[in-house]
Design a protein around this ligand. Structure first.
Ligand SMILES: Cc1cc2nc3c(=O)[nH]c(=O)nc-3n(C[C@H](O)[C@H](O)[C@H](O)COP(=O)(O)O)c2cc1C
Length: 239
């Protein structure tokens, strides 16, 4: 299997939302999951499960739940779950309802999934995360028959790219990396970034959006307020 070097892969990342019809060979899918499993994991808890959704009727349901058409248009659709059901079965007295346990699960799941995406990109595939599954997280869990102590955190569409989008500019490094102690927002640096970002969006969607628009769109309203109750229903996040 021929893969691109790590940094080349990392710095060429952009989400891919349009795919060719080409299937991903079985040995590559296996390698991708193996790459996820190779990631660091808190205390070796290995609390991540992946559901590879092959059945098109289930994919249709997840497409409806997420509102993302590419869920049915990609070669592979994976759902990454924080999954403590094995731990509970092996140790019924395990205290899984602490907030920290859900944090462990979320962090490990993100790390696992990113290993999968990077491995995929290094092999010439493209993909995009589907956090929108959490718009109706209980419905997504029901479609996937998830047991107690298991929550679906994000999906991932994977396939061979049928588009070649521009890289999305990131914040300047001095806004995200501080020496010794946190620093107040450097407004001038942000303004410069916004000029670059506005030009990127102008070319991509014909509209000059700035970084604050993303904050506004996402955080200026109740943020998936049903999540807490769902986690609690699954036996998590009670204290
Ligand atoms: C956890 C997570 C969830 C995401 N969910 C979605 C999603 O539901 N739909 C979508 O089109 N993109 C989704 N994205 C992709 C982001 O919009 C994208 O990564 C971001 O805008 C940066 O663009 P880039 O990946 O092309 O660099 C998600 C990304 C992450 C990390």
């Amino acid at each position: 299997m021929q893969s691109k070097p790590t940094l080349e892969t990392i710095f060429n990342h952009r989400s891919i939302r349009k795919f060719t019809q080409q299937a991903i060979p079985e040995d590559i899918v296996e390698t991708l999951i193996q790459a996820g499993q190779a990631a660091s994991t808190s205390n070796n808890l290995q609390c991540v499960s992946v559901i590879r959704v092959k059945a098109m009727d289930l994919r249709e349901k997840l497409r409806e739940i997420s509102g993302m058409s590419y869920v049915t248009e990609c070669a592979e659709f994976l759902v990454f779950c924080a999954d403590f059901s094995k731990h509970k079965a092996l140790m019924p007295e395990a205290q899984l309802d602490w907030t920290e346990v859900s944090l462990i699960g979320a962090v490990d799941t993100g790390i696992f999934a990113q290993n999968v995406l990077l491995a995929a990109e290094s092999l010439g595939l493209g993909g995009v995360y589907i956090g929108a599954l959490r718009n109706h997280i209980a419905d997504a869990a029901a479609v996937l028959n998830l047991p107690q102590y298991c929550v679906p955190l994000m999906g991932m569409c994977l396939g061979y790219p049928a588009q070649d989008p521009q890289l999305k500019p990131r914040l300047p490094q001095n806004l995200v990396c501080f020496e010794n102690q946190h620093q107040p927002l450097d407004e001038q640096a942000l303004e410069k970034y916004n000029e670059v970002l506005a030009n990127y969006y102008q070319a991509r969607i014909g509209e000059k959006q700035i970084w604050q628009d993303a904050i506004n769109k996402t955080l200026n309203k109740p943020v998936r307020p049903h999540i807490k109750a769902f986690f609690q229903q699954q036996g998590l996040l009670k204290r």
